[in-house]
Ligand binder design. Structure first.
Ligand code: ZN
Length: 474
C-alpha cells in the first residue's frame, strides 16, 4: 500500500507526515526514519501483501517455522531489500522463484536480501523467505520488562495446554515475520497456520476451509483490507470457537462475520465483557461509519497482558472489562483501518478508541460528560503533554488515551453532535486503508468542520498545559 499519503486537489491541501524524511543516508539502506523507532522499515519499499505460512508443531514453545511470500514494489530503486526480522534462522530466500543471496544483520534486526537486479519503482516482485527455529524476543519499550513483544509462547501446565499467539504492538511482528514492520506500510495478508490435530489456529481476516494433513490441520485466513503489521492476529490454542449470526454493519450494510475464541473450559464469566459485542458493533458503526472488515470477535489468551486490537480478532486477557472490549473494537476503525503514519502519532489510535468508551457509556444510559470530567481530573493531577509523542514511554500513556479522547470531546463540544458524527464518518471514509499523521487530521478537520472546530482540536493537540474541560451543550 502507498506508504505516504499524498492528497491531491485543492480542497484537501494536506501536508506529508513527518515520516516523509527518510533517515539521513538516503540510498537504498535508509530506514523509514520513524521519530520513535528510527531503525524500523526501509525507505522506498512497499509491501503490498504477505502470504504467511506458519507451522507450529509444538504449541507452547517458541519453536516456529515459516514460509512467507511478500509481494513487493518500490518507490525508488532498491539494490537491496532490508526487511525487519529478528526471527528464526532463515534457510532460503527466493526472488520471483529464483534463489537469491540473503544475510541477517542481527544488530539492526534486519534480513537483507539481494535481488538479481535492483527493484525499480513501480515494478512488482515476489520475495519468499523460509525460516525455522526460535522466534526472536523484542523488548517492550513501554510496559513491564516481563513483556516481550512478538511471538508469545505459553508453556503447557497442569490446567492448560501450551499455546502461542502474536502480541506485537508497537514493533514486535518482526520477531516472527520478516516484514516492513511499520504502520505506514500497510498490507493485506493471507495467513495459513498449521498445528497438530486437536489445536485450533486463528488469524486476522475471514476464515477459509480447514486443510487436513497428516496429524495436522491448516487453518487459512484472508485479510483483504490492508492493516499495519503490528495488528496481525495469530492464535494457536485448544480453543472453543463460538460462531454467532453476522451483523450487517459492514460497508453498504454487508454482513460482519462473528466468531469468538476462548480456551476450552473457559468460565462463562470470562466471556461477560463480550456479551454485547453485536450492539457495540451497531453503536460504533453509527458513530464512526461502516465497520471496515469482514469479521469481528475476540480471542482470549492466558497471560495477563494488556488487551490488543489485532485486526478482526482482538487479543484479550482473561480478566478485562466491557469498557476495554468496546475500546478494542473501536481500534478496528482507528488503528487497524485508519492507521498512524508514525509512532509519534499513535494518539490517533488511542484517543479515538478511548473516546468510544464514552460514546458507549452514553448509549448505556451513563453520563458521558462525567466520564470526560474524570479523564480531565486524572490529567490535571497526573500531568499531561502535547499529543504528538516524543519518546517510546509516551506511546501508551495517560495523555495518549485520555487527552487524546478529550481532544475529540472538545471538537464535539465545539461543533455539536450531528457535525461531530459527520466528521467521524468522513474521516474514516477518507483515510480507510491508509496511514495519516497528526497534521493531516488537523488539515482534514479544517475542511470538514471549519476553523472553530479545527482550532478546538488543535489546542488539545498542541498546548503545553492542560486545556479546560470541554462541556457539551445540552
Ligand atoms: Zn487502545
Amino acid at each position: 500500500m502507498p506508504r505516504l499519503l499524498l492528497l491531491l486537489g485543492t480542497a484537501l491541501a494536506v501536508s506529508l507526515p513527518a515520516l516523509a524524511q527518510p533517515s539521513a543516508s538516503a540510498g537504498t539502506t535508509a530506514t523509514l526514519g520513524d521519530p520513535i523507532f528510527p531503525g524500523l522499515g526501509q525507505a522506498g519499499l512497499d509491501v503490498r501483501h504477505y502470504d504467511v505460512a506458519l507451522t507450529v508443531a509444538e504449541p507452547g514453545t517458541a519453536r516456529l517455522s515459516g514460509v512467507v511470500t511478500l509481494t513487493l514494489t518500490a518507490t525508488r530503486p532498491l539494490a537491496e531489500v532490508r526487511l525487519d526480522f529478528l526471527g528464526p534462522d532463515v534457510t532460503a530466500a527466493h526472488w520471483n522463484g529464483q534463489p537469491v543471496p540473503f544475510r541477517p544483520e542481527a544488530e539492526a534486526q534486519k534480513l537483507v536480501v539481494v535481488p538479481p537486479a535492483p527493484l525499480r519503482p513501480g515494478q512488482e516482485a515476489r520475495l519468499t523467505v523460509e525460516y525455522q527455529g526460535t522466534a526472536g524476543a523484542i523488548f517492550d519499550p513501554d510496559f513491564s520488562p516481563a513483556l516481550r513483544l512478538g511471538w508469545q509462547a505459553v508453556p503447557a501446565a497442569a490446567d492448560q495446554p501450551g499455546s502461542n499467539f502474536a502480541f506485537s504492538e508497537p514493533n514486535g511482528t518482526h520477531a516472527f515475520l520478516p516484514s516492513n514492520d511499520h504502520p505506514s506500510d500497510k498490507a493485506t495478508f493471507t495467513t495459513r497456520v498449521t498445528v497438530p490435530v486437536g489445536y485450533t489456529a486463528a488469524a486476522s481476516g475471514v476464515e477459509g476451509p480447514v486443510v487436513e494433513g497428516n496429524g495436522t490441520r491448516t487453518f487459512v485466513f484472508t485479510q483483504a483490507q490492508p492493516i499495519p503489521t503490528y495488528a496481525l492476529a495469530v492464535q494457536v490454542n485448544r480453543f472453543e470457537r463460538v460462531v454467532s449470526p453476522a451483523v450487517p454493519v459492514g460497508v453498504n450494510g454487508s454482513p460482519v462475520a462473528r466468531r469468538d475464541y476462548s480456551p476450552a473450559g473457559t468460565l462463562d464469566s470470562t466471556r461477560t465483557p463480550y456479551a454485547h459485542t453485536d450492539e457495540m458493533l451497531r453503536v460504533l458503526a453509527d458513530w464512526f461509519g461502516p465497520y471496515p472488515f469482514g469479521a469481528y470477535g475476540v480471542a482470549v489468551v492466558a497471560p495477563p497482558l494488556p488487551a490488543l486490537e489485532t485486526a478482526t480478532l482482538s487479543t484479550m486477557p482473561p480478566t478485562t472489562s466491557e469498557r476495554t472490549a468496546v475500546h478494542e473494537l473501536a481500534h478496528q476503525w482507528f488503528g487497524d483501518d485508519v492507521s498512524p503514519a508514525t509512532w509519534a502519532d499513535v494518539w490517533l489510535n488511542e484517543g479515538f478508541a478511548t473516546y468510544a468508551e464514552l460514546l458507549w457509556t452514553e448509549t448505556q444510559g451513563g453520563d458521558g460528560q462525567a466520564v470526560a470530567a474524570r479523564w480531565h481530573a486524572t490529567l490535571a493531577q497526573g500531568g499531561t503533554r502535547p499529543l504528538v509523542a516524543t519518546q517510546a514511554g509516551q506511546l501508551f500513556d495517560r495523555s495518549a488515551y485520555r487527552r487524546g479522547a478529550l481532544a475529540l470531546h472538545a471538537l464535539r463540544a465545539a461543533v455539536g453532535d450531528a457535525a461531530f458524527r459527520a466528521f467521524l464518518h468522513a474521516y474514516t471514509a477518507r483515510f480507510s486503508g491508509r496511514s495519516l499523521g497528526t497534521a493531516d487530521l488537523l488539515a482534514f478537520a479544517r475542511t470538514q468542520v471549519g476553523e472553530a472546530g479545527a482550532a478546538a482540536l488543535r489546542t488539545w493537540v498542541e498546548a503545553p498545559e492542560l486545556p479546560p474541560l470541554p462541556v457539551l451543550a445540552r
